[in-house]
Ligand binder design. Structure first.
Ligand code: KIV
Length: 273
């Protein structure tokens, strides 16, 4: 039984997220990659569903987010939008689909919007990709930024450790966040940075920040669905709160099914025609 009751049943829009920040109302965001889970996440009252490129890890079984393609992301996002009525659906632009040049970025963003029905896109990076961000927004496509730990750059940094602990990197992050806001982004994900820095950025921006491993000072929070449901037990960073142990529930259910089939207990009289 859910403990949360939706107070405002209206469809969530980027404008609504801005109002939430202005009122000090926290924004709840969670990932989803398929129709069935999106229906549950949406019905529970989620504000934003992110079709994250974390699908590369938790759905496709890759060790990084780099291999996932634009076609794959569109496929996941298409399933999610079919299962969503209230939440704003944001789709990650995968590695290689926007870094080349602004026109290529625009083409990828247009494909996501046209083919999947997602309502916004998310890109990793600041100054380096700002022209692409501007070009996409100029076509009327809402953009969510993503700063701090940017998993698509794992090969550049070589680690998933906390980012922007040093002053120079923290100052660049603040400047990037302001640049993204000026370019017209409607929100920015802040991943795995010191809580004090995330709080400062959140206070200095008028657009909402959505944190993951960035502390309580952000305007909202995001987690990967499989991680918070305890499906992906091998991943347990400090910032992750587990709300269920679904791995155990699923393992038990599947084990019981096998036992019942092997022992001819399933199906019984009432389970056949
Ligand atoms: O891909 C993803 O799931 C993300 C979140 C972790 C923010 O980008």
């Amino acid at each position: 039984m859910s403990t949360y009751t939706v107070e405002d049943p209206r469809k969530v829009t980027t404008r609504r997220l801005a109002e939430m920040k202005a009122k000090g109302e926290k924004i709840a965001m969670l990932t989803a990659y398929d129709y069935s889970m999106a229906r549950l996440v949406d019905a529970a009252g989620m504000d934003v569903i992110l079709v994250g490129d974390s699908a590369s890890n938790v759905m496709a079984g890759n060790t990084t987010t780099l291999p996932i393609t634009l076609d794959e992301m569109i496929g996941y996002a298409k399933s999610v939008t079919k299962g969503t009525t209230r939440a704003l659906v944001v789709c990650d632009m995968p590695f290689g689909s926007y870094q080349g040049n602004p026109l290529e970025a625009l083409g990828s963003a247009i494909r996501i919007m046209k083919e999947s029905g997602a309502e916004a896109v998310k890109l990793e990076g600041g100054e380096e990709i700002i022209e692409s961000v501007r070009r996409i927004i100029s076509a009327g496509i809402p953009v969510m930024g993503h700063l701090g730990l940017t998993p698509q750059s794992i090969n550049k940094f070589g680690t998933y450790a906390v980012r922007a602990r040093e002053e120079a990197e923290a100052l660049k992050l603040i400047s990037d966040a302001k640049m993204l806001e000026e370019a017209g982004c409607f929100a920015i994900v802040l991943e795995k940075i010191p809580a004090s820095l995330a709080e400062r950025v959140s206070k200095e921006l008028t657009i909402p920040t959505i944190g993951i491993g960035a502390g309580a000072g952000c305007d909202g929070q995001v987690l990967v669905l499989q991680d918070m449901l305890g499906i992906n037990k091998g991943f347990s960073p400090k910032f992750l709160r587990r709300y269920a142990d679904l791995a155990t529930v699923i393992e038990d259910a599947i084990g019981n099914y096998i036992t019942d089939v092997k022992s001819s207990d399933f199906p019984n009289e009432s389970e056949q025609y």
